[in-house]
Design a protein around this ligand. Structure first.
Ligand code: S3P
Length: 441
């Protein structure tokens, strides 16, 4: 991966963080902006785009489907939409790299096409479950084959999908989004119900492209056959990337640390609530809201060091904090008392088994903990040990451990960090600017 070739980081122990920072564009929103822009009629202009490997994999896949994409700058994209029925058969399997969101949402885009396609990815993605998306799409009439529920995903396109009413068995924005995307090209009405809300970027963005969505209580409905109109989109900075600095600030910001222009969609900001329950000093300063209906909310977030106390995490808050739990466990490791997270079995099927990866790291850091089938129990420690940590090729595990160095007694060496470029290109320089003593080896 060209943007972050480093295989390993060395992070000096201790130190502080302060200053004003921003982080790259939101990954979830950047993927969706590309896909909806491709399905729209007319041009879509995206600014604040995440120039990271995951979103670039989506862009390449769309180009292989005949979509014209220009990049006037690294964070700007101009898409010449092909329309819901305007994609072309790809010449080869589409390689989505490390990007689970790209593969799952593209299944919804590709199932109703008049051509066949095959989706593959890197070693991590080839191990991840895709059946959860295939099941509702098959109920709609899609023809999809996998290898024991995992990629390669082979799609025999059919333009004859039918709307269904699907109740999500697990909170998953990726499954919800794939069903909605397929629903655009299906006959009749597609309905999706979720017991606990998952991130709603797809719904918000469909509105920006002129698609009518109906809300029937907790059920979301969309009439098939609608067209999308190209639009202009501003992607906010990624709360999930800001999360590393929010926790860093709680642990080591003697002077305030200000994170600017951060997306604060309430389906994403569970970490804020968890840290505040632990006693964090975090202030959210909302930016003037855009007048577009259901636009993504954005804020500047200010954080100062505070003494954190362990908590029991309410299971209902887990979906809104799912990608931030690795760094949340670092906060728990530095808090006084015990922290318990349950209801987070989904972490076992992310880019790595994040519960196992964090438990292994906590052992190296000398933090008492217990790995549970669906969570982790942690007893906070006064200071962490130094040592060699394994990120398991998982970007969020690597960055979470880098934050842990702020409370370590000896340096940390974090292996296998190249995939940080999937979500946070420039992490090392941003972390240095914040005050971490981090070096790519
Ligand atoms: C995402 C949804 C979440 C999240 C992932 C991005 C999305 O996954 O963990 O990083 O952009 O829709 P699930 O749908 O599996 O919850």
């Amino acid at each position: 991966m060209s943007t972050s070739p480093a295989a390993c980081w060395r992070v000096a122990a201790g130190g502080g963080v302060a200053g004003t920072l921003t982080v790259p564009g939101d990954k979830s929103i950047s993927h969706r902006a590309l896909m909806l822009g491709a399905l729209a009629a007319g041009d879509t202009h995206i600014s604040g785009f995440l120039d990271g490997e995951d979103c670039l994999a989506t862009a390449r896949a769309l180009q292989a489907l005949g979509v014209r994409i220009e990049r006037p700058a690294a964070t700007e994209v101009l898409l010449h939409g092909a329309g819901v029925h305007g994609l072309a058969a790809p010449a080869a399997p589409l390689d989505l790299g490390n990007a689970g969101t790209a593969m799952r949402l593209m299944m919804g885009v590709l199932a109703p096409q008049r051509f066949d396609s095959t989706l593959v990815g890197d070693e991590s993605l080839m191990r991840r479950p895709m059946e959860r998306v295939a099941v509702p799409l098959q109920m709609m009439g899609a023809r999809i084959q996998m290898h024991q529920g995992r990629p390669p995903v082979q799609i025999r396109g059919t333009p004859h999908l039918r709307g269904i009413h699907y109740s999500l068995p697990v909170a998953s924005a990726q499954v919800k989004s794939a069903v909605l995307l397929a629903g655009l090209a299906a006959s009749g009405r597609t309905r999706v119900s979720e017991a606990v809300p998952s991130r709603d970027h797809t719904e918000r963005m469909l509105g920006a492209f002129g698609v009518q969505l109906l809300y029937e209580g907790r059920t979301l409905a969309l009439e098939g056959g609608q067209s999308l109109r190209g639009t202009t989109l501003q992607v906010p900075a990624d709360f999930s990337s800001a999360a590393f600095f929010l926790v860093a600030g709680c642990l080591a910001a003697e002077q305030p640390l200000l994170l600017t222009n951060i997306g604060v969609n309430p389906t994403r900001t569970g970490l804020l609530e968890l840290l505040q329950r632990m006693g964090a000093d975090i202030r959210v300063h909302p930016r003037i809201a855009s007048d577009a209906p259901r636009a993504e909310p954005v804020a500047d977030i200010e954080v100062r060091r505070a003494a954190l106390r362990g908590i029991t995490v309410p299971e209902a808050l887990v979906p809104a904090a799912i990608d931030e739990l690795p760094v949340f466990f670092v906060a728990a490791a530095c808090a006084s008392g015990e922290t318990l997270v349950r209801g987070a079995a989904e972490l076992r099927v992310k880019e790595s088994d994040r519960l196992a990866a964090m438990a292994a790291g906590l052992a190296v850091l000398g933090v008492e903990h217990q790995l549970l089938p669906d969570g982790l129990w942690v007893r906070g420690a006064e200071a962490l040990r130094g040592g060699a940590l394994e990120s398991c090729g998982d970007h969020r595990i690597a960055m979470a451990f880098a934050v842990a160095a702020l409370r370590a007694r000896a340096p940390l060496e974090i292996a296998d960090v190249a995939n940080v470029a999937t979500s946070f290109p420039g992490f090392v320089s941003t972390a240095r600017r914040a005050g971490l003593h981090i070096e790519a080896l």
